[in-house]
Ligand binder design. Structure first.
Ligand SMILES: [Zn+2]
Length: 60
């Protein structure tokens, strides 16, 4: 039996298209998330649905 239980948290790692900074953000943010380095929008919430502007790297 596999003891490892899959974590259901929805965090993803994205890369800023502007400065290539890698940042971990919530998969479904309710607010806009900006790059901590250059301030570029990584993700914008639009009508309850999050639109990703940064490049997707991996999910956790
Ligand atoms: Zn950036």
């Amino acid at each position: 039996m596999n003891a490892m239980k899959k974590n259901s948290s929805n965090f993803i790692k994205v890369k800023c298209v502007k400065c290539k900074n890698e940042q971990t953000i919530f998969n479904k943010p309710s607010t806009q998330v900006n790059c901590l380095v250059c301030g570029e929008a990584l993700c914008k919430s639009k009508g309850g649905k999050a639109k990703l502007y940064a490049k997707f790297v991996e999910s956790f």
